[in-house]
Design a protein. Structure first.
Ligand code: HEC
Ligand code: HEC
Length: 115
């Protein structure tokens, strides 16, 4: 529980009714229960049950996770080589994520460029 609080950057009362830990009245507690199941399933299905993904992996100390970067994968990194429709989508993505949301946006062709 200490670990969950720290991962989300919240106090126990964010999820629990003070002095009544077993009560399920608070919505974040219900969400957290689903998140625990999701995290468990992620590790089970992708990492042989090793705890590779934890609350912190997505939450980074925030109750509402922040999107840090967006990587669009395409056959080519050169905008001029893309089909018109793909090029438009890429430009829209760039404007939406980088312009409006301030998220780091890049087109990549290889997984090794994902950093
Ligand atoms: C992000 C939400 C969240 C935070 C923050 C949190 N808890 Fe919990 N806690 C849960 C959930 C969900 C369960 C129930 C787990 C289950 O159903 O298996 C739980 C269960 C418990 C229980 C057992 C009672 C029960 O409902 O099964 C205790 C005691 C408890 N938490 C104490 C704490 C303490 C102390 C803190 C602060 C250090 C804390 N929790 C912070 C979500 C949270
Ligand atoms: C794979 C990424 C991911 C992991 C792992 C993850 N979460 Fe989340 N969590 C999210 C996203 C995305 C949201 C926001 C959902 C939304 O916008 O409604 C969220 C929302 C929540 C909320 C609601 C916050 C609020 O302000 O209402 C709680 C509580 C929460 N997560 C708890 C947890 C706990 C506890 C764990 C670890 C057991 C966990 N999460 C693991 C992605 C993740």
């Amino acid at each position: 529980m200490q670990f969950i609080s720290a991962s989300l950057g919240v106090e126990c009362e964010f999820c629990h009714v003070q002095g009544k830990f077993e009560a399920d009245d608070k919505r974040p507690k219900q969400t957290a229960r689903k998140m625990i199941a999701m995290t468990f399933a992620l590790n089970k299905e992708n990492f042989d049950g090793h705890r590779e993904v934890a609350c912190y992996s997505c939450h980074h100390g925030k109750n509402m996770p922040v999107l840090y970067l967006v990587r669009e994968t395409k056959g080519t990194g050169r905008l001029s080589d893309l089909r018109p429709q793909e090029r438009r989508k890429t430009l829209c993505g760039k404007r939406h994520f980088e312009g409006a949301l301030g998220v780091d946006y890049r087109v990549v062709t290889l997984a090794s460029e994902l950093r």
